[in-house]
Design a protein around this ligand. Sequence first.
Ligand code: IVH
Length: 700
Amino acid sequence: MVDNAAEAVVDPGQALPFATRQRYAEAIEQAKAAASAYYDGDEILVDDATYDAVLARIAATEAAHPHWRAAGSPTGAVAGGAAAGGDIEHSSPMLGLDNVFAEDQLRKWAARLEKLLGRPAAGYTVEPKIDGLAVAAWYADGRLVRIATRGDGRTGEDVTGTARRAAGLPGRLSTEATIEIRGEVFMTDADFEVANAMRAEHDEPVFAHPRSAAAGTLRADKRGYHAPLSFFAYAVHGLDAAMPRSAAVAALETLGVKTTASSGPGMTICDGIDEVLAAVEALREARATLGFGVDGAVIKADTPADRELAGSSSKAPRWAIAYKFPADTRTTTLLGIDVQVGRTGVLTPVATLAPVLFGGVKVTSATLHNFDDLVRRNVRVGDTVFVRRAGDVIPEVVGAKLDERPAGSVPFLPPAHCPRCGGEIDRSQKRWRCTGGRICGARQALAYYATRNAMDIEGLGEKILDQLVGEGMVTDPADLYDLDAGTLATLERFAELSSGKLVAGIAASKGRPLSRLLTALGIRMAGRAMSRRLAAHFGTMRALLAATIDDLQAVDGVGPERAVTIAADLAELTPLIDRLADRGVTMTEPGHDRPGPDGEEPASAPLRKPDGTPMKVVVTGAVPGLTRDEGNEAVERLGGTASGSVSGRTDLVVVGAGAGSKVDKAIALGVRTMPAERFAALLAALTAGEPVTLDEFLTG
Ligand code: IVH
């Protein structure tokens, strides 16, 4: 493609024109090929973001150099300029939609519409823009007689044979109506999996994306299998022409047709553009949970009178607009495939990717699900791959661009043995497992649990762990608390004295605060600092386990990806956490000082700002009596957030012996500093239960 994938949906108003006519002409050819694949083929040549970006640059070039404009430019065409027509003539052109990408553009569109109407629109509807293929379906006396693709907008191809199988498009209506309906044929995410399983069974290459799967299925009349399709109508001709179009679409439901109004997010009727914006946001938030691709919101003036007055250009109606969401599928290079072994011994192939941005979030790895899937998706290291990140879901590699496969690439060789313990692999299920199951990795997990910064269990060294795991006495941390000195003493080389000490050490660990326990559990993306923040924020394990993805994101430094990973690990760890709680392990954070749900104020939190938010504090150099980790822990205990680097957003830098450039940076940025001795004194005062404020210690 002309440029690499765009970071987000490109605002055409900001796109750069091409520098030369030659580059403009090349871009047109590429966009046409991509559009033709999009509308007519099974394969997607470029992801949506790249296509939108190129189209925006073509439009910008045409605005800057109108005389360069090529006759076949996709910016002037009804369906991307390259889609083929067919034998069936549409009753009226199947137009496209103009796009906006941001609130101000939507407001401009509404203002223009208002100007055309000479008054505000009588009402708007907001509905999902379904990521599928437009079709027109004709019913005569209640019977489905013909279905055609959008084609070039004027004529389309007959796809009655395949499209009639789409769920939501009944063979017979509930009355003998003679109508034409227009809508989108698409494939749900679940059906996409089914379709690809069917393809694999028939030794056919898998589809890279639900839309290309829907396109391929729509055109494949002569296959020996039928992949599932779905349909949502968004317009109807032939019902009472005077009623609001939302009512006409709703009436379709009573005839038995599924419509965008009955889709998960439904159709919202809005009075004014502020309500429209709220509905668009609600749709954006719901997008990832719908189970089918939605690439934006469609906003339409609802009354026939407004539509009539506003009219259409040759390409798109002026009474409707698509508010596009950033594409959830992008392309990047597959740099490597690693095999991760989960806590229960499940082996998962994980892709390492050249960094790719999804709406500002950098993604460098994605799941390949399982080894069957990896083979089915036919991806190899070095391939350009499609990566999908739908909302909060962990990114996945959906397929490779086979036409760009580098010469000499080799298929991925799945591991012959467990990469963690070298044990045998059980391949009888889709999810391969190390036959060691939980034992594989138990030693590693237990050793981590016992480390100084985690549960700090004295006496639980490597040799003892090897013995305990080897004898089958311990497979997870909860088993540790069931050990008794008598049983331990029966182990080889285990004197009574040391068994007593170990049991005492293990028992002492029950009193460690929640932040240590969270660290000890080895939750992915939650190391020591993050565990402290989680503990400080939620206060109790119960509150943390009850947290939603949104709740987790309220914690400083937790973005969508981290929130999902933490939530997934916590869910997996819940049985272990329950067993630890049964054995008396502490599940709370002492000194947890956030206001409770009833608005209660914390006892003493000198590192909290007047508005209750934590101060960002950097501890640099040595604090008397504390390790670096304990220094950070103290910051969190005092209500602050510990951070490793100084920036303009830092509120305080604690300066100890041996501090370096961070102090200079703090001074240059005008950030307050505090000598480490005073910080230690502040801590001591708090520990002694004195009510303290930061100011006393800053100045004193
Ligand atoms: S209304 C004249 N509503 O988006 C108005 N289109 O980019 C025509 N689409 O060709 C379209 N969901 O294939 C409309 N709720 C929806 C839609 C929708 C998906 C597709 C449709 C159209 C394309 C325009």
